[in-house]
Design a protein around this ligand. Structure first.
Ligand SMILES: Nc1nc2c(ncn2[C@@H]2O[C@H](COP(=O)(O)OP(=O)(O)OP(=O)(O)O)[C@@H](O)[C@H]2O)c(=O)[nH]1
Ligand SMILES: [Mg+2]
Length: 294
């Protein structure tokens, strides 16, 4: 039992290495949690678990978000107010949008999923960006056209960051990426950022890859106004999934903390509930050009 500044702190909130309340807990394969910096430093020197003494690597560690949220909840939420960022997952059906989100939030993977049919799935959690806290509100969308086209355009109104997901082994999913970007350009605030994600990296390693790094890099280069980075993930193995959302939190925070943001959002025309005059007046170029590969 711990008592710091008259607040009761359960043992499970204390890192066994640093003996401090954990801010960024990570979990090993045996289910033990540690403060990230403490265990990283320990492993670089010893290479074994401090609890069982068995061999352990930094790669064996995964973020323990539920514990972090529990700690923050217990301590009365973070002292720094969170900046809220609406994030939307977009991409063709079956590319793994729901699985990537599940991997990040619950650290689980299902090999048989049901296609998302609504826009009701959203997850929210706090992420640290240096000393700041960004509350990511991550909305999953349906990739199937009949459900996606039913998505109200107001849905994009306050989106700060789009995660454009394709499957590196599926060319159709790649061919559809520009459609999602156009959709965001038409309906999201003008300063939105997008991260391009090539998912199913585990399959690509078995020479099934059809979308190359060069193709993705070329797309980013041609869309630098919005697409800020390309990252490859595997929801199955978890590879780069945490890095993806850390990147999303960082980029979202950059957008939201830009002092010129408000000015830019109102630049040149009226904005009605986040929609620009161009959007209000005419049909979007995206919807005119829309081509779905079914
Ligand atoms: N091998 C492998 N399979 C994956 C990966 N991510 C998702 N899958 C599989 O791909 C299928 C589709 O995953 P979902 O997450 O449901 O795809 P989605 O993009 O949400 O699909 P919609 O909801 O229809 O838009 C499932 O069978 C998953 O198990 C991955 O990284 N590697
Ligand atoms: Mg889905």
């Amino acid at each position: 039992m711990n008592n710091r500044n008259n607040i009761f702190i359960p043992e499970s909130f204390i890192c066994p290495i640093t003996c401090e309340v954990m801010r960024d807990p990570v979990q090993d394969r045996e289910g033990n949690s540690y403060e990230r910096t403490g265990i990283t430093d320990w492993l670089s020197r010893k290479g074994t678990s401090p609890i069982s003494n068995s061999p352990m690597k930094v790669d064996d560690l995964v973020a323990n978000r539920s514990l972090r949220n529990a700690i923050e909840e217990h301590l009365g939420r973070p002292s720094v107010p969170a900046t809220k960022a609406k994030v939307v997952l977009l991409g063709y059906s079956q590319v793994g949008k729901t699985c990537v989100l599940e991997r990040f939030i619950r650290n689980t993977f299902r090999s048989n999923t049901v296609s998302t049919m609504s826009i009701c799935n959203f997850e929210s959690l706090n992420m640290h960006v240096n000393e700041n806290i960004v509350k990511l509100e991550i909305w999953d969308t349906a990739g199937q056209e009949r459900y996606f086209s039913a998505l109200p355009k107001t849905y994009f109104r306050d989106v700060v960051c789009g995660i454009l997901v394709f499957d590196i082994t599926d060319i159709t999913s790649w061919d559809n990426i520009p459609i999602y970007l156009e959709e965001m350009k038409s309906f999201a605030p003008p300063d939105f950022v997008a991260v391009l994600v090539g998912n199913k990296l585990d399959l690509g390693k078995r020479s099934n890859r059809v979308v190359t790094n060069a193709m993705a890099a070329d797309f980013v280069a041609k869309n630098v106004d919005h697409v800020v980075e390309y990252i490859e993930t595997s929801a199955k193995t978890g590879e780069n999934v945490n890095d993806l959302f850390q990147l999303v939190a960082r980029k979202s925070f950059e957008v939201l903390s830009d002092p010129n943001r408000k000015v830019r959002r109102n630049e040149g025309s009226i904005t009605l509930a986040g929609l620009t005059a161009e959007t209000i007046q005419g049909a979007s170029p995206a919807s005119a050009k829309k081509r779905w590969c079914c």
